[in-house]
Write a protein that binds this ligand. Structure first.
Ligand SMILES: O[C@H]1[C@H](O)[C@@H](O)[C@H](O)[C@@H](O)[C@@H]1O
Ligand SMILES: [Fe+2]
Ligand SMILES: [Fe+2]
Length: 316
């Protein structure tokens, strides 16, 4: 069984911003996943079952693994506050923890286990390469998108001793804005009732401390691997297009890109970039499989992309 996901048809607006769209009529979108016989072009067929035999992002399943995931969200929703995020951003903006290349970081990530993820059963470097290779197959000319996929989860190194050994709830899981009301579409929303921010009248309206349409760049997101990696890329002078940086910063913002919540905080540019995030998300989520990528075989290609868009060594 497969799930049918319509391909997003985006216009030529990206050409202006150094991002080129494919001639999508020429594409067969399958991301390398098994396709049904009658699959038509321009339609992405996503697998229905994850590596554990469940549907993807099923947070209600009665299983040991799911209990761990729920406990993860309890802690995350209680502890992510506006003040906490402010402190984290100040601390990590210093980028004084290490100097290393992007590829070195990919290798480091193998030591990391993500307790929030109900679908992933492989080392993190496999997830990076599986999503990058799947998107590369469908969008061969968007090299920036391949590299974006490769690096989108690198921020998970925050779990390692050298990078502060932050608890899981401060690194992984879905993200959400602070400084305004918590939307009900957040998974395990009920645990927000123990978050101290809920008592602040300033934070507890739909817009909270923000103005409608203020742009997501101005919104304080819960702290984690997304925000950190965006910071690292920007501060080290990456030449990735804005759409790539947008994908990295908001790829865990499922309440927005899956549920359509919080759109009142977006500006026009956010809406343009969201089209790319929707595309990216399918590959991030559905490429998690047991079919492993041969790291040595694809390494030269990704090294060439890293060289194109990043300095040789970055500050982390
Ligand atoms: O559990 C997952 C995590 O593995 C991902 O890296 C993150 O981006 C998701 O949003 C989260 O829910
Ligand atoms: Fe992620
Ligand atoms: Fe991911």
């Amino acid at each position: 069984m497969t799930i049918l996901v319509e391909h997003v048809d985006f216009g030529s607006q990206f050409d202006d911003k150094n991002v080129h769209s494919e001639d999508i009529n020429e594409l067969v979108l399958d991301g390398g996943f098994p396709q049904p016989k009658n699959a038509s072009q321009n339609t992405f067929f996503a697998p229905e079952i994850n590596a554990f035999g469940h549907s993807f992002r099923n947070y209600d399943e009665e299983s040991e693994r799911q209990k761990g995931v729920e406990e993860f969200y309890r802690l995350q929703h209680i502890n992510q506050t506006y003040d906490f995020v402010k402190k984290m951003r100040e601390e990590y903006k210093k980028l004084d923890k290490a100097e290393m290349s992007i590829w070195e970081c990919c290798e480091l990530l193998n030591e990391v286990v993500d307790e929030s993820d109900p679908d992933l059963d492989e080392p993190q470097i496999q997830h990076l390469l599986q999503s990058a290779e799947a998107i590369r197959k469908d969008y061969p000319n968007e090299d920036w998108l391949h590299l974006t996929a490769l690096i989108h989860d690198l921020g998970k190194i925050l779990l390692l001793p050298k990078f502060g050994e932050l608890p899981q709830w401060a690194v992984v899981g879905d993200t959400f804005p602070l400084g305004c009301a918590f939307d009900e579409s957040n998974v395990h929303h009920k645990y927000f009732k123990e978050n101290p921010d809920i008592k602040s009248p300033a934070y507890n309206t739909k817009n909270g401390i923000y103005n409608e349409g203020c742009g997501l760049d101005n919104v304080m997101m819960s702290w984690g691997h997304d925000d950190y990696m965006t910071m690292v890329a920007k501060e080290n002078g990456s030449t990735l297009p804005n759409a790539g940086l947008f994908i990295i910063r908001y790829h865990s913002f499922y309440p927005l890109h899956k549920e359509g919540a919080y759109t009142h905080l977006m500006n026009e540019e956010d809406f343009e970039n969201l089209k790319w995030l929707h595309i990216f998300n399918k590959y991030d989520l559905y490429s998690k499989s047991k079919v492993l990528v041969d790291v040595e075989e694809v390494r030269p290609y990704y090294l060439s992309l890293i060289e194109k868009y990043f300095p040789a060594k970055l500050r982390w």
